[in-house]
Design a protein around this ligand. Structure first.
Ligand SMILES: C[S@@+](CC[C@H](N)C(=O)[O-])C[C@H]1O[C@@H](n2cnc3c(N)ncnc32)[C@H](O)[C@@H]1O
Length: 482
């Protein structure tokens, strides 16, 4: 491809090696744009487990500690002391503004200027995700006002320090700050600090447990990621260097993958702007507390006074109340409702119990939160839980069947995830497909949960030990069905 892509890649490797990094001859940084994966690191020779792929001196990581900004302009950083994210953005604005005078100039040249992360989606594109909880987690408005109120005045008042003209608009500064914030989110690492010297008596000082610092680690952040067995490398924080090592044998030609953690695809899309099938196992659906209350009150007729009393109990005695609760992907071949977060199971239970059963909840109360499983629930629990899941499913404007049909119709055009060619794909079309994958995952979870609830409810109704809430013995030991 005729652009600066390859020369920037070479520039990065040359800069790293000149600055004390070592890069194994068994790897190469390659152009994976045809697979919609930007740059990536590929094994050019067989690599053995524990082999060092590259080693980056700590001083080459870009952070508040390593940039000269923190001592030259400490006064500008001070007001942001409590916010390490804003501090790092400020440092990156400074180094970026220095252009070729920055030690990290070659590094900035390989970092992207455009993102598919949700922060950059239009309202129309985001509407493809409506019904899901992720649209409420993007935080663009909050970031905009934080940048406008706190960063813009500092940058404008010190335009010479940040290498921008004195007439640069607030919008432009906010735009670059968003780029830096997005880079930190998708490329940054939490870097373990160097171990401190031990005291004479052999004990390390308390400072040894200093917080890990956010920073950018050149090259380490050019590894793509996998949520499963393709993950074959990991960054180790050694005393003087950050060292990427193989965590399993890697064949020649295989891509080298880091991991971004056990993220549901909605979060993968929000933070990294892509989805991959290997993360589908971590998908979750969030049910808001507000929805649980609304369904109990409006659809099951639980009086508001009882809801208030029981919510308070769940909050003070069980520490179980949150803004939202997760339902995760039900494990295959397991007929239990362990996919529903225990806190949600317990709150729903508390809303269902009559006064006598409620007063019999045994002590220590927190114990029951951890041990109660679906076998101990009264029939009303299944009913309320089903209504909650159905309400959540109805929040989407399309059904799972609609979405699967749509995916089928797009299948010939686009392959999803890391292997997808993006030729001819418009940005909006690509985003539509990414959202479709997330929606399908969430709806699968909800439909599978409904199926499990239906099965559990009917086996409860057919069973000999039919109980209603007033017959319930809540302190019985957990009866596992397996
Ligand atoms: C830490 S960077 C990895 C380097 C990136 N490929 C580049 O060229 O700058 C993270 C970004 O890489 C992309 N990425 C990571 N893993 C991927 C994968 N398995 N498939 C496709 N893209 C991936 C996403 O755009 C993500 O935001």
């Amino acid at each position: 491809m005729a652009d600066d892509f390859d020369s920037n890649t070479t520039g990065l490797i040359n800069w790293l090696e000149k600055s004390g990094a070592s890069v194994s001859s068994s790897i190469s940084l390659q152009d994976l744009r045809l697979r919609n994966a930007g740059r990536g690191v590929v094994a050019v020779k067989k690599i053995l487990e524990d082999e060092v792929l590259f080693s980056i001196p700590r001083s080459l990581a870009l952070s508040v500690q390593t940039s000269s900004f923190s001592h030259e302009y400490a006064n500008l950083l001070d007001p942001f002391e409590a916010d390490s994210w804003l501090q790092l953005i400020l440092v990156m604005l400074y180094e970026y503004g220095k252009g070729s005078r920055s030690s990290w100039n070659a590094y900035f040249k390989v970092l992207p200027e455009e993102f598919d992360t949700l922060m950059y989606w239009s309202e129309e594109e985001l509407s493809e995700l409506s019904g899901g909880a992720v649209v409420n987690k993007i935080g663009k408005a909050r970031a905009d006002s934080l940048f406008n109120e706190r960063l813009v005045p500092v940058v404008q008042e010190n335009s010479n320090v940040f290498g921008i003209g004195s007439k640069v608009s607030a919008d432009h500064i906010v735009q670059i700050a968003h780029r830096m914030g997005s880079l930190i989110m998708a490329y940054g690492f939490d870097i373990e600090p160097q171990a401190k010297e031990a005291d004479d008596d052999g004990y390390a000082t308390e400072d040894e447990f200093d917080d890990w610092q956010k920073g950018m680690v050149p090259l380490a952040d050019l590894l793509n990621a996998d949520g499963d067995e393709k993950n074959n490398a990991q960054l180790f924080y050694e005393q003087d260097a950050l060292v990427m090592k193989a965590i399993k044998d890697i064949s020649q030609g295989q891509e080298i993958y880091n991991t971004y953690g056990l993220l549901p695809r909605s979060d993968l899309l929000r933070r990294y702007g892509y989805v991959a099938d290997s993360y589908a196992q971590y998908d979750v659906v969030e049910i808001s507390h507000e929805d649980v209350v609304a369904v109990a009150r409006d659809e099951l007729g639980v009086p508001q006074s009882l809801i208030t009393e029981r919510t308070e109990f769940c909050e003070t005695e069980l520490d179980a109340v949150a803004d939202g609760y997760d339902i995760s992907r039900p494990p295959l071949n397991v007929n239990e409702l362990c996919c529903i977060q225990p806190e949600l199971r317990m709150i729903v239970l508390c809303y269902c119990l009559d006064a006598t059963c409620f007063s019999e909840i045994p002590k220590p109360k927190k114990e029951i939160l951890r041990t109660t499983d679906s076998c101990d629930f009264p029939i009303q629990w299944y009913h309320l839980m089903r209504l909650i899941v159905e309400r959540r499913l109805n929040a989407y404007s399309t059904t799972l069947a609609d979405d699967k049909r749509l995916r089928e119709s797009l299948k010939d055009d686009v392959v999803f995830g890391a292997g997808s060619p993006n030729i001819g794909e418009t940005r909006t079309q690509r985003r539509k497909i990414l959202a479709l994958e997330v929606r399908i995952g969430e709806k699968e979870i909800l439909e599978q949960t409904l199926e499990l609830l239906g099965k559990a409810e009917s086996s409860f109704q057919n069973g000999s030990n039919k109980r209603s809430s007033d017959e319930m013995e809540i302190d019985k030991p957990v009866k596992r069905t397996k």
